[in-house]
Design a protein around this ligand. Structure first.
Ligand SMILES: NC(=O)c1ccc[n+]([C@@H]2O[C@H](COP(=O)([O-])OP(=O)(O)OC[C@H]3O[C@@H](n4cnc5c(N)ncnc54)[C@H](OP(=O)(O)O)[C@@H]3O)[C@@H](O)[C@H]2O)c1
Length: 256
């Protein structure tokens, strides 16, 4: 029975799960939607936190988790028939954990469902500032932002005036790395897969130069043209550009 909500009520809980591990390009038919009921309560004596999910992200690692991973390591496969997990933003409905109170806004690992019972609350972060759009906690203030920040300052660590090249530059991480690099006074070049993205990199995000890797005949020449003699290369996804950069003995490559 569905009710308006409030602790102790039973409400509808729509969930998305995988039917089976996927092969090849993901299809809508790989997903299964179910509607279950959930009591808005955490199990007595547990430290779980029940969250009303407000925003969900779709990130590249989810493709890997949707496939059959033979030797689970950093990632394991999603279990077919279990709700898909991803980063999300939510509001606490009830909490058995002293760090979280009803009404708190949180971000962390949630499920692709309307209500998630988080049984490992240490994976949640309390949102202290809600004067920005909450969806930012899935982007610049969340996992992609942390990846860009740590990858850039801790690992890439360029000096002012150096060239930073970013592949997949219009992706969630790449956009941020480019802007951090500009703030540091680097010469920033990005590659992306469409003219629209290239235009936005140069004219909206402040990159010094950008190119469409799909239109370049010879990437070695392209990257030489951009004075890549002493570059820091922040990369992901693009193996063609990676192949060039790893052959540059002065460069430094970062793979998030
Ligand atoms: N280790 C970590 O903790 C960590 C954390 C965050 C991200 N990452 C990794 O960093 C990379 C970028 O993450 P992101 O969040 O910035 O990704 P994103 O926003 O989804 O952007 C990915 C971009 O990759 C390009 N791309 C190239 N080949 C593709 C393909 N076959 N399918 C889809 N996109 C393709 C696309 O740009 P074009 O159209 O320009 O080619 C796409 O916009 C990913 O490999 C991710 O796994 C790692």
């Amino acid at each position: 029975m569905e009710t308006a909500g409030g602790a102790g009520n039973v409400v509808r809980n729509k969930k998305l799960m995988l039917k089976d591990c996927i092969k090849g390009f993901p299809k809508e038919s790989d997903l299964h939607l179910t509607i279950e009921s959930i009591e808005l309560k955490v199990p007595q004596g547990s430290n779980a936190v029940l969250v009303k999910v407000l925003y969900l992200s779709i990130d590249p690692y989810q493709y890997i988790r949707s496939t059959k991973i033979e030797k689970p390591g950093y990632f394991s496969s999603y279990s077919p028939g279990s709700v898909i997990a991803s980063y999300g933003v939510g509001r606490v409905v009830e909490s058995g954990h002293s760090d979280f109170q009803k009404g708190d806004l949180v971000w962390g690992t949630t499920g692709w469902e309307e209500y998630s019972l988080i049984t490992e609350p240490e994976t949640l972060f309390k949102i202290q500032r809600s004067d920005v759009p909450l969806s930012y906690y899935l982007g610049v203030l969340g996992m992609p932002g942390l990846t860009a920040y740590v990858g850039f300052y801790e690992f890439c660590a360029p000096k002012k005036g150096e060239t930073v090249f970013i592949s997949s530059a219009f992706g969630a991480v790449g956009q941020l790395v480019g802007q951090l690099a500009k703030l540091m006074g680097c010469y920033v070049v990005g590659s992306a897969g469409s003219p629209e993205k290239v235009d936005l990199l140069k004219n909206k995000l402040g990159f010094d130069d950008a190119f469409n890797y799909k239109e370049e005949k010879n990437l070695n020449d392209t990257l030489k043209r951009d004075s890549f003699q002493k570059n820091r290369y922040f990369t992901h996804q693009s193996y063609k550009t990676l192949a060039f950069s790893t052959s540059n003995p002065l460069g430094r490559q970062i793979y998030p």
